[in-house]
Design a protein around this ligand. Structure first.
Ligand code: ATP
Length: 510
């Protein structure tokens, strides 16, 4: 069941993608060769933003807690790990090909419905997963009835996943690409792991995989951390790193890509039946609060509790934190109670004990685990969606002008502030501004801009989400040894003495 996040308006995907490219946040990979589907590059500002997001997560989890340790494991690991974890046999999505258009769909993202008039089936409609897919299907069904000139009442149009279609229905369901039936194939399983070969001999024994999640790097090091980290239950191991999935339908910009980054925590707990529900709830709330702490409004985040029948056999519960993205409400962060499935599997396959001796309880057991798993790139898309704002502010001549700005929390903004000398051809202004800039950038990433009217420079910083603009003018050097600091969101200006700028900023941006 999905709680409905707020009615807040979100920007279009196009405006986000355009801004990201224009201002150097995110580029399509290999653009000079026409691009490469499912891969993206972070430009000068995007790489700062990404680093700040990862640092904020690491600080909150690893540095500021006693019970979580960090890890950085390799991307390519022993292939047996993926056998033990179940990925070799089961990390697959059902895929459907359209013979005619050559398009590929994920069968669980393709929906169909039987169109019935007074209980009699007159045809089929299909839609791709979207927030408004029911409305789309209703419209298609009415049109079908009208075109066929059928009298009577249309029955409610009930959408089902393509995976639930009967084999004899495959040929009757229209392909969304062509609108006509007859070209969709039966769904087949497609393993999402990228294969590679390790070592000079390219035979079956050299096959290895790029990790599709960082979590297994944690499980395979669990013993090492326990033996060296002096931990006691409950404790967590956190890791940030790249993951790779050969997604059938990479889409929605950085939301679903083939190379992405994850921030995962495995939180090990005792096996008592009363323990996991409390820990599970604790981490759901923790995750929500963390999102708010980096500037994501709580009313854009929802909770989607997976129904028991959709859980894997070992799972006791999974909740997705969803976010209202421009293309609909979708998973941002998965929080899963995985029992002790992973460690048990590794114990069986490796022959090494994964038992933990709990001093407090004087007993040995394989710990259970609660896993909050978050994508860095999806977090960045959520931050950009939430931060994108348009309003009107007076320009240099005092008349209203449309402005686009990113309302980033200072903690994650690429630049914390930017320094401007009022005029670039007045050495005394430039020198004072430059001294301030050098002082501030020892502590934070600070912008510097000398060209154009001051209003335009503010606007340029607004657009990249710099919270404060600092101007050195003639009064600074001739009168008051103070600067003007302008607030990005309110555009209000205050006069602050030069020697207090650093502490003024520190109070606001940490
Ligand atoms: P989906 O159902 O959207 O494919 P999933 O349930 O398979 O995702 P998990 O395996 O739970 O995803 O991955 C944990 C997190 O990693 C997700 O919540 C998401 O933030 C991120 N993630 C997963 N796949 C991708 C991807 N292809 N691109 C970007 N981020 C991803």
């Amino acid at each position: 069941m999905s709680e409905n996040p707020s009615n807040r308006t979100v920007p279009s995907m196009e405006s986000l993608v355009t801004l990201c490219k224009r201002r150097g946040f995110i580029f399509q990979s290999s653009e000079i060769y026409g691009g490469y589907a499912g891969f993206f590059d972070y430009g000068p500002l995007g790489s700062e933003l990404k680093r700040n997001v990862k640092d904020a997560w690491w600080k909150a989890l690893v540095h500021e807690r006693d019970d979580v340790l960090g890890l950085d494991s390799s991307i390519i690991m022993h292939p047996q790990i993926w056998k033990a974890s179940g990925h070799v046999d089961g990390f697959a999505d059902p895929m459907v090909d359209c013979k005619e258009s050559k398009k590929r769909y994920r069968a669980d993202q393709l929906f169909f419905a039987r169109v019935r008039v007074d209980g009699e089936t007159i045809g089929y409609v299909s839609v791709e997963e979207a927030d408004d897919m029911q409305a789309q299907a209703d419209e298609k069904a009415s049109e079908m009835k009208r075109k066929l000139g059928r009298q009577g009442n249309l029955d409610p149009v009930v959408l089902q996943e393509y995976t639930e279609a009967l084999p004899e229905e495959y040929a009757l369901i229209p392909s969304p690409a062509t609108g006509k039936p007859g070209s969709l194939m039966a769904p087949r399983q497609f393993n999402l792991m990228f294969e590679t070969k390790v070592g000079p001999l390219a035979d079956a024994s050299s096959v290895a995989y790029l990790r599709p999640e960082t979590a297994q790097g944690i499980f395979q090091n669990y013993r090492n951390v326990v033996d060296t980290g002096r931990v006691k239950i409950p404790f967590g191991i956190a890791q940030i790193g790249k993951a790779f999935r050969n997604e059938i339908t990479p889409r929605n910009f950085i939301f679903r890509s083939r190379e992405f980054e994850q921030m995962e925590l495995e939180y090990f707990i005792d096996p008592d039946d009363e323990t996991w529900p409390k820990v599970y709830r604790y981490w759901i709330d923790w995750c929500k609060n963390w999102l708010v702490s980096i500037g994501i409004p709580a009313d854009m985040v929802g909770e989607d509790v997976h129904p028991a029948e959709k859980l894997s056999h070992y799972s006791k519960g999974t909740t997705d934190l969803t976010f209202k993205f421009p293309f609909g409400t979708q998973e941002l962060w998965g929080i899963a109670c995985r029992g002790n499935f992973d460690l048990t599997q590794h114990q069986e396959h490796s022959g090494k004990s994964m038992e933990f001796f709990d001093e407090a309880r004087k007993e040995k057991y394989i710990p259970h685990v609660v896993e909050p798993s978050l994508g860095v790139d999806r977090t960045i898309l959520a931050i950009l969606t939430a931060a994108y704002t348009e309003d009107e502010v007076p320009n240099d001549k005092g008349s209203p002008e449309k402005r686009t700005f990113l309302r980033f929390a200072p903690q994650i903004a690429p630049y914390k502030a930017a320094v401007f000398p009022l005029l670039k051809n007045k050495p005394e202004l430039v020198e004072t501004a430059r001294t301030l800039y050098e002082q501030l950038r020892r502590r934070w990433n600070i912008g510097w801009d000398v060209s154009g009217a001051i209003g335009r420079r503010y606007r340029r910083q607004d657009e990249i989400g710099t919270p404060y603009g600092i101007t050195v003018d003639f009064d600074t050097i001739e009168k008051d040894q103070a600067v003007t600091i302008r607030d990005r969101d309110t555009t209000e200006q205050v006069r602050i003495p030069l020697d207090q700028v650093e502490s003024w900023l520190a109070e606001r941006i940490g």
